[in-house]
Design a protein around this ligand. Structure first.
Ligand SMILES: NC(=O)c1ccc[n+]([C@@H]2O[C@H](COP(=O)([O-])OP(=O)(O)OC[C@H]3O[C@@H](n4cnc5c(N)ncnc54)[C@H](O)[C@@H]3O)[C@@H](O)[C@H]2O)c1
Length: 269
């Protein structure tokens, strides 16, 4: 399927990470102009350079905290200036799992950090690209939430509530800008075998078994499959799916109960 992304500038926050870097590669293969944004600037540059050494001449790497509005707007302006094109797509992959229980004194500060990263960051990035996207006649925004946006896990209160809130950004965007050609969806991955997820799982003897017990395949999801799904929703081929909440959960809702689109558990076993 031709995703019709040739020559389209697409920003990827957390673009140096496990899912983000695979998405950047997938978009480069489609001929998109890939803008790798990460708080780890040297890894963002490495990813952009590795794309340039392939077929993708138009790849850029930027260091940025994706929740910094000034920096995100600067990047948008740099890309418009360098390419002469309006921004067509945004994927927000920046994220970190931090755990704390209710009796942990660090919980309030951790909640603030998780909301900053998973809600304010994607909202700020969305705000930064929208003016350009509207000038260009529309485009597509894909936010990563998580399969845990509708249930909790061991010490995951801050992470799952922030991911539940993140799932409200896409419906709000399409409600306001859908008639002007802007699409937005929320992707909810399950257990994806990125380096950071694998090292979290390896931190305790029973954690990996617990994490994989809910995957119907019993295996980690390949990050490339998440990238494939995201690339599809970044393309105009996904017209008609505006506001969708897309499960890439490895079927784990069959054990947890399906989550509602607002992030609440509909049923649980
Ligand atoms: N891997 C999984 O199993 C899984 C499951 C569900 C959801 N997710 C979500 O998918 C996203 C990507 O996960 P991953 O496994 O690829 O993680 P990862 O740790 O490999 O990548 C995350 C990237 O985000 C970057 N980052 C962190 N804070 C940032 C900030 N403030 N601004 C810009 N960049 C920042 C990191 O430097 C890193 O490169 C995250 O939001 C995560 O919560 C992952």
């Amino acid at each position: 399927m031709d995703l019709k992304l040739q020559g389209q500038p697409i920003l990827v926050t957390g673009g140096a990470g496990g899912i983000g870097s695979r998405l950047c590669r997938r978009l480069a293969d489609e001929g998109a102009i890939v803008v790798v944004i990460d708080i780890d600037g040297s890894r963002a540059s490495e990813v952009a350079l590795s794309l340039q050494s392939g077929d993708c001449r138009n790849a850029y790497g930027f260091e940025a905290d994706s929740s910094d509005p000034t920096r995100m707007s600067e990047i948008v302006e740099s890309v418009r200036h360098a390419t002469g094109r309006e921004i067509y797509g945004l994927a927000t992959c920046a994220g970190v799992v931090e755990r704390a229980g209710f009796l942990d004194g660090a919980l309030p500060e951790l909640l603030r950090r998780q909301f900053e990263l998973h809600v304010i960051g994607p909202a700020v990035a969305t705000q930064a690209v929208l003016p350009s996207m509207l000038i260009g006649g529309g485009g597509s925004i894909v936010h990563i939430s998580s399969s845990v946006n509708g249930h909790s896990g061991r010490d995951l209160f801050a992470y799952s509530t922030s991911k539940a809130a993140a799932a409200m950004i896409a419906p709000s965007v399409v409600n306001e800008f859908g008639k002007r050609g802007v699409r937005a969806v929320t992707i909810c991955p399950g257990r994806v075998g990125t380096a950071s997820a694998l090292s979290r799982a390896a931190s305790s003897a029973d954690l990996e078994a617990e994490m994989l017990s809910t995957q119907v395949s019993g295996r980690w999801i390949d990050p490339d499959r998440v990238a494939d799904v995201m690339a599809f929703y970044l393309s105009s081929c996904s017209e008609g799916c505006e506001g969708a909440v897309v499960d890439v959960t490895g079927g784990n809702w069959t054990s947890y109960g399906r989550v509602s689109h607002l992030g609440g558990v509909v049923s649980e076993n």
